[in-house]
Design a protein around this ligand. Structure first.
Ligand code: B12
Length: 315
């Protein structure tokens, strides 16, 4: 029994170290089904959906999002990882048309997937019968709640996951495992009395601390919404944002001085650094070429034109 616990501790530690060696900034473990905190977060999801804060993102209603064990038969643990996307080169970007920093480099879905796959293969050398499944963004998993549960940080008032040392400039990835591991402890919230993100959001999309109403959020209208136009109250506040929005993170004190990740994966693509209104004349084919290997593929060429034009209206 003691030996078992010792083994469990050792493999849990090695797994988290393996994740850092693979290029992740932070790693942690949670046990499925999670603590009472996870129940609270799942209830928040229900409230969010019943208020229609998901707008047209109907896929957010998938019941499986409330139960991580439906993602892999026999799932017992979750390895959560954070991949820092901010690089020192982000600061050189000085264009009128602004793109969310999470998407300046290589498509984070692919970057994280590849690294997690290497970790999964490594696990099978250690524990041959351990099954695993990778989740990055698109799986019905309440990612920030699981990252919080794994001790990666706390859910901030801007609703992003924040880590004390690394701020919130990281995307999340998960490896669901059939092996019982030693869970980490959730981090206390350190937002305190700070309301900067709420005060600076130009469209007042953070309707209460921790809660974002998507149809008021610039990121939603520029990335997710397939509507032909952007509503006036959002359009007049775009201020150059054409793909996502970083305002609620730019003003966050925890993001002031965080370590950069200057790997090739985070190097901003040249066309993003130089994006300007000439892009309005790009053909669909040219957009498809530019968007190769980028998470910004989600924004179709007609949406880029919609977003750029919407910015020009308020010039
Ligand atoms: C839908 C979605 C969006 C939507 C809705 C945003 C939202 N806040 O839900 C839109 C399109 C607007 C969006 C925008 C962005 N997104 Co997004 N998005 C998602 C997605 C697919 C689901 C998020 C979700 O579950 N929303 C549902 C609601 C209920 O969840 P929530 O807001 O997180 O609510 C939680 C809190 O309110 C909390 N809560 C409630 N009450 C209380 C009370 C207390 C005291 C506390 C502590 C917490 C708390 O519990 C809730 C449940 O977990 C995730 C990937 C995934 N599969 O999870 C990525 C994800 C959240 N997005 C991500 C990113 C990078 C962004 C952007 C920064 C991109 C950009 N630059 O434009 C913006 C940020 C905007 C913002 N402030 O949220 C990252 C966030 C990484 C991080 N460090 O947190 C994720 C995790 C993707 C990834 N794999 O990395 N996104």
């Amino acid at each position: 029994m003691i030996n078992n616990l010792k083994d469990k501790k050792e493999i849990s530690k090695k797994l988290k170290e393996r994740a850092i060696n693979e290029g992740f900034t932070i790693s942690g473990i949670a046990s499925i089904p999670g603590s009472s905190r996870l129940k609270l977060r799942t209830n928040s999801l229900d409230r969010w959906l019943s208020n229609n804060y998901h707008g047209d993102m109907k896929w957010m209603e998938a019941k499986r999002r409330k139960n991580a064990s439906t993602l892999l038969e026999g799932a017992k643990s979750v390895l959560s990882v954070g991949f820092t996307y901010i690089s020192s080169k982000n600061n050189n970007i000085n264009t009128f048309l602004k793109v969310g920093k999470f998407s300046h480099g290589e498509d984070y879905h692919k970057v994280i997937y590849k690294k997690l796959k290497n970790i999964g293969r490594w696990i099978n050398q250690e524990i041959p019968d351990c099954k695993w499944k990778i989740c990055v963004d698109t799986s019905p998993l309440l990612e920030k709640a699981w990252a919080e549960e794994s001790g990666l940080g706390w859910i901030g008032k801007n609703s992003n996951l924040i880590n004390k040392k690394n701020g919130s400039w990281f995307t999340l990835g998960f490896l669901i495992l059939t092996k019982d591991l030693v869970p980490d402890k959730p981090h206390e919230s350190l937002c305190g009395k700070c309301d900067k993100c709420i005060e600076h959001c130009p469209t007042e999309a953070i309707v209460e601390p921790f809660v974002v109403q998507s149809n008021l959020c610039i990121a939603y209208h520029t990335i997710e919404s397939r509507k032909k136009t952007i509503p006036k109250n959002v359009e007049k506040n775009l201020n150059g944002w054409v793909a996502g929005c970083d305002i609620c993170q730019d003003v966050c004190p925890w993001n002031k001085s965080v370590p950069y990740n200057n790997s090739f994966e985070t190097t901003p693509k040249e066309w993003i650094e130089e994006l300007n209104i000439e892009a309005l004349s790009w053909s669909d084919k040219k957009w498809q070429e530019k968007l190769q290997g980028s998470t910004l593929k989600r924004i179709k060429p007609w949406m880029w034109r919609r977003n750029i034009k919407a910015n020009l209206k308020n010039q």
